[in-house]
Design a binder for this molecule. Structure first.
Ligand SMILES: *Cc1c(COP(=O)(O)O)cnc(C)c1O
Length: 395
């Protein structure tokens, strides 16, 4: 048996089986390529689910993280640390939001966002039965709060009861949102572009109308930018494309490009009227290592003009996937924006993805019938061409 198979067997004997993993053990990466432990090279169009935006083997990033490791890793949030301060300034500047709370993951960022929204409403009327509207087919994470607003019943059912007073509306359908709004509604949460649910971009009219309703009724709009944020759509945050600013926003995944970090941010109005000392906390969140990673990520986004690259290569990918959609009778729809795109087929895509992996291309699904394209944000047109060549052989 191969060494790779030995490792896979050991993994299956030791790890809780919460994933049906692809049969490969990755070892290292270089640029937009991953290498397995036998040295085989793979073109990466997943970037660890939208995390590793800046390319593997990134010397400046690695050096920045290593320098912080040698200095200090952790002090706790009872004290200030410079990397966290610099990181907070960077994410504020990119988003135009006012107040930041750092977490270790996306789900934790969602938890904090929900707590902030409930506290804001509580401070207004003292009630403890506020409602939150979430979207069908959404994904916000696996912890109880985040799961409670995740619009996929199969993820929730075995773990009921969820947190209470969540209502689900149809994404991009303003009437279904309006029908759920009442005096108890304190927040509306949605992804600006739905990721796990199948790559569905929010429609501009829809987002603007939701924003208007929220303004009118002092309901907080929470935009989950964990997957679609950090440049993936060609702006730092996808809502910047629409000019619809949230009251609270979540970010994670590419925020740390590999060091586990997340954050929720809010406007000054929410910041001054929600969570205060004692209301929320984290041991690790915003520690010096996380801060150093975030600072370096933003520095490279600026220096390497990552957003411009996403717009240019994203448009190229869009055009090319449109050609495939037109040529393939089994493609139902091509959707997406920037370097977050999906091809929906009229059949499961697992076989295509496995074939691609065999041929040295890493792809991932979103739901059973959709291939999701989430490459590192530094890919070039030539990488897109190389991807297409393999993909076409697999279709
Ligand atoms: C991945 C994801 C999350 C959860 O993030 P974790 O870091 O896995 O907890 C939440 N929301 C969206 C939109 C995501 O894509």
């Amino acid at each position: 048996m191969s060494q790779m198979q030995d490792y896979i067997n050991e993994a299956e004997a030791a790890l809780l089986h919460t994933y049906n993993r692809y049969q490969v053990v990755f070892d290292h990466g270089e640029g937009v390529h991953l290498y397995d432990i036998e040295g085989k090279s793979y073109l990466d169009f997943v970037s660890g689910i939208g995390v590793f935006a800046l390319g593997y083997g990134n010397k400046e990033y690695n050096d920045a993280v290593k320098a912080q490791v040698d200095k200090i890793l952790h002090t706790s949030n009872y004290y200030y640390n410079v990397p966290a301060i610099e990181a907070a300034k960077a994410v504020k500047k990119a988003s135009g939001m006012d107040r930041v709370f750092f977490t270790n993951s996306g789900a934790e960022a969602v938890e904090g966002a929900l707590k902030a929204a409930r506290k804001y409403a509580y401070l207004k009327d003292g009630a403890t039965d506020h409602e939150i509207i979430a979207m069908e087919h959404s994904f916000h994470g696996r912890t109880f709060g985040a799961l409670s607003v995740t619009g996929k019943k199969a993820y929730r059912e075995a773990f009921e009861p969820m947190i209470g007073n969540i209502r689900f509306a149809e994404y991009n359908n303003i009437d279904s949102v309006k029908a759920l709004i009442n005096d108890k509604t304190c927040a509306i949460i949605m992804e600006t572009v739905q990721g796990e649910g199948g790559i569905y971009p929010g429609q501009e009219d829809f987002l603007k109308e939701v924003r208007a309703i929220c303004d009118e009724k002092d309901i907080l709009l929470i935009l989950d930018e964990i997957q679609c944020g950090m440049g993936r759509t060609g702006e730092y945050y996808a809502w910047q494309r629409y000019g619809v600013k949230p009251d609270i926003m979540t970010t994670a995944k590419a925020l740390g490009c590999g060091v586990p970090v997340g954050a929720f941010l809010m406007t000054e109005k929410v910041g001054q009227n929600s969570l205060v000392a004692g209301d929320h906390g984290t041991t690790y969140g915003g520690n010096p290592l996380a801060g150093a990673a975030i600072v370096e990520v933003f520095r490279q986004f600026e220096n390497k003009k990552v957003l411009e690259n996403v717009r240019r290569v994203g448009a190229y990918l869009y055009e090319k996937l449109d050609e495939i959609a037109a040529a393939q009778a089994d493609v139902v729809e091509h959707r997406g924006v920037g370097l977050m795109q999906g091809l929906e087929f009229d059949h499961p895509v697992a076989e295509i993805i496995n074939k691609a992996l065999d041929k040295g291309l890493v792809l991932i699904n979103a739901g059973t019938n959709i291939i999701r394209f989430l490459p590192p944000l530094v890919i070039t047109e030539a990488d897109v061409d190389a991807m297409l060549e393999i993909l076409k052989e697999c279709l």
